[in-house]
Write a protein that binds this ligand. Structure first.
Ligand code: DGJ
Length: 726
């Protein structure tokens, strides 16, 4: 059983294949955390009471004065503000009488097969109830009547847990939630390194590793999106742990708006870890009888280092996050016109791109920004989602039938959450953009963000998009989001609810995405936010692929893809070959194959030789599709370890084949360059397509393969394929 409750000892034990998570109902109904880490068979852990964590200045519950207990020093499952626990709080409620003392204690629990949906929010799901098990614990503040329901779901086979919290107002008076984090985890010890993914537009998800220090540390976003600046992901790696060995804990928030990922190391050398909605510009007024759902966080433990943690996330997300018809279906190989033409296109130009694309084996044309209103540059027309018939002469239907006549699928670009000041929509509805009274409206890329918290706005967008989507044979939508939110407020919210704005905004976006994908289930939705500005599991719930970065230069892109791979699978990673990249087409292809592959260029602007080279690349994409999308990823040489070259490997689930890619960023003399492969079956024998030799898996993983004769100039790369011989 993945979840057991020992009613005598009052202990909960949540087991996955490789981890155990244990806590107990302590005196006075505090929920005390006992252990999270490598799987253990038993749970005789109550010797924590001998640890003598108690300290002067840590106040105690008056009923527990003689026990040494203080909410300030015991590891807890929920960290409440103001009643003895002085560490960072995971829950803070401002009561009707104005104080923010919050004190949740265990009341009851239930355990059941399956996983509940989270109202209005993306979340992991069970394909069948038997796949996971849920523990729901009701805690209650006896003074205020507030309840916090702690939800733990165990994905046993994937060695992962999800956690979230529901706040319920069971009292007679309204109160305000000032902070509600999705989980609180108190790990004993501080001997960890914190790993996070920082970046910016064109340079997303860089790996950063630092040792935990006493006090508070962490990352977050206050940009109205999960952001390119700090992804809602962090990992803790035990000191000395590596890519392949040692304790690795991964935490990822299924949310696309403001977030906080925080750790406090306290004076007892314990580390309190939490993730959730950033509380600094948040508040939620909860009336009697109402509920509030926090976003969900995913917790992964692996004793196989960072690599084991990543592979767990990848499998889990491929199975239990990505949804719909495109979850397992082979995605079409696409060409997008953006980098090829920018705004300068018409129906004939698109048709010519499509003709070339069809000839070399591409399967879908995506028409990017510029097809609507008077959108000839980025200064206008967002919101005017009607076809520009000066560009698409004969209308979109005519263009689509020409493209379909070639046998290609067709995709289209939208940026629904935006509105240009120079647009008919803005002239008609100046109050529809996010703004606050009497302040200038800041512009980003010449545009405002539309108020997605408003039902009328969402209905307008749905209807407007449906005018195109319902009447045309469209297979794919790219949903873009090209700025962050300033002057946050909604014209429709009363003053006491303005603090709800950011969360209401993203709930509105989720609702529209949900409505669209339910109404048009055949659509392949690809998210994008100026590249990877919303590359998060919340978005992955709606769109099985996300444009990873606007940076298509293969030699920089490879670093972005390594960072992204810490928790996101290759199947979601939109990756294209473009003309602008520094390296040759071989390297561009080798890098872009690590993801949902495509092209982004104008064939009229590339040489005949380049065109012929591209033709030969496409067969490999088909050949390796399953291996890359569903295989296990091993990072062999990561950019954070070696500035000169990188290498990665995919191994099929049955270990019958593997693909190794090496990219040389800068030449460096290295005669003795061997790569030891990973994840193979030591007993199997594999044929290497590079030299025709047959090697045992044991040899490849222990002695390694010499790379000496392979290309090693700046920007060169190669792929080696290994296939089992019986
Ligand atoms: C930003 C995206 O990342 C690009 O791929 C492209 O769609 C542009 N927006 C269009 O404005």
């Amino acid at each position: 059983m993945p979840i057991i409750f020992d009613s005598e000892k009052k202990i909960f034990k949540l087991d996955t294949l490789s981890s155990s998570y244990i806590f107990k109902i302590y005196d006075e109904n505090y929920l005390v955390h006992l252990y999270y880490g490598a799987k253990i068979p038993d749970y005789n852990l109550t010797d924590f009471e001998d640890r003598r964590m108690y300290a002067s200045f840590s106040a105690s519950n008056p009923n527990l004065l003689r026990t040494g207990f203080s909410a300030d020093v015991y590891p807890l499952e929920i960290g409440c503000n103001g009643c003895g626990d002085m560490r960072i709080a995971s829950l803070q409620i401002r009561n009707a009488d104005g104080n923010a003392s919050t004190d949740m204690r265990y009341v009851s629990h239930k355990i059941y097969a399956g996983k509940p949906a989270l109202k209005g929010l993306p979340a992991l799901y069970a394909n069948e109830d038997s796949e996971c098990m849920t523990l729901e614990i009701t805690t209650r503040d006896k003074v205020t009547g507030a309840e916090a329901i702690l939800i733990y779901t165990v994905f046993e086979k994937h060695s992962a847990l999800t956690r979230s919290v529901i706040i319920r107002n069971t009292s007679e008076k309204p109160f305000t939630i000032e902070k509600v984090m999705s989980f609180n985890l108190d790990l004993i010890g501080k001997d960890f390194d914190l790993i996070t993914l920082y970046g910016r537009h064109n340079n997303e998800r860089n790996f950063e590793r630092r040792a935990l220090a006493h006090g508070r540390q962490g990352i977050g976003s206050r940009r109205g999106s999960s952001s390119a600046q700090q992804n809602p992901f962090m990992a803790l790696l035990r000191h000395g742990a590596t890519e392949e060995y040692g304790d690795a804990y991964g935490f990822n928030l299924v949310y696309s708006c403001n977030h906080l990922c925080e750790i406090e190391v306290d004076f007892n050398e314990s580390s309190r870890i939490m993730m959730g909605i950033d509380p600094s510009d948040f508040g939620w007024l909860l009336s009697p009888g109402e509920e509030f759902y926090s976003p969900e966080a995913v917790l992964v433990y692996s004793n196989e280092g960072l690599g084991g943690m990543s592979r767990t996330f990848h499998k889990l997300y491929n199975n239990n996050l990505v949804r719909g018809q495109w979850k397992k279906a082979k995605r079409p190989l696409l060409i997008n016109n953006w980098e090829g033409t920018y705004f300068d296109f018409d129906d004939d130009k698109l048709f010519n791109i499509a003709k070339w694309a069809k000839d070399i084996g591409i399967e879908m044309l995506v028409m990017d920004d510029g097809w609507f209103g008077l959108r000839n540059d980025d200064r206008c027309a967002l919101g005017d989602w009607t076809v520009n018939e000066n560009k698409l002469r004969g209308g979109i239907g005519s263009l689509i039938s020409r493209i379909k006549g070639l046998g290609l699928k067709f995709g289209i670009w939208y940026e629904p959450e935006m509105i240009s000041p120079d647009s008919d929509l803005y002239r008609a509805h100046p109050d529809w953009c996010i703004h606050v009274p009497n302040r200038d409206r800041s512009q980003g890329r010449w545009q405002y963000v539309i108020d997605m918290s408003r039902q009328d706005v969402r209905d307008y967008l749905f209807d407007k998009m449906s005018e195109v989507l319902a009447h045309n044979d469209i297979d794919y939508v790219k949903w873009d989001f090209n700025r962050n939110i300033t002057e946050a407020g909604s014209a429709l919210l009363p003053p006491e609810r303005q603090k709800e704005f950011f969360h209401r905004f993203i709930l509105g976006t989720y609702e529209l995405m949900d409505r669209l994908t339910k109404t048009y289930p055949h659509l392949l939705l690809e998210n994008c936010s100026g590249g990877g500005g919303r590359y998060d599991p919340g978005m992955m719930y709606f769109s099985p692929q996300i444009w990873c970065s606007d940076n298509t230069d293969a030699l920089s892109r490879v670093d972005i893809q390594f960072g992204s791979s810490l928790c996101y699978p290759a199947s979601v990673q939109g990756a294209h070959v473009s003309a602008s990249s520094r390296s040759g087409y071989e390297t561009k292809r080798n890098v872009a194959m690590w993801g949902s592959f495509g092209y982004e260029l104008d064939p009229a602007k590339i040489s005949k030789e380049a065109s012929e080279e591209i033709r030969t690349q496409i067969a490999d994409y088909h050949k390796y599709y399953d291996l890359i999308h569903y295989g296990d990823l091993y990072r062999i040489i990561s950019p954070w370890e070696d500035p000169y070259k990188v290498a990665w490997e995919f191994v099929s689930e049955d270990k019958s084949q593997a693909m190794l890619t090496v990219v040389v960023k800068f030449f460096k003399e290295a005669r003795n360059f061997f790569i030891k492969l990973k994840g193979l079956d030591p007993e199997k024998f594999y044929k290497c397509d590079h030299n025709g030799e047959v090697y045992s898996g044991a040899l490849l993983m222990n002695a390694g393969l010499s790379m000496y004769h392979l290309p090693d100039g700046d920007g060169e790369s190669y792929v080696i394929h290994l296939e089992e011989v019986k």
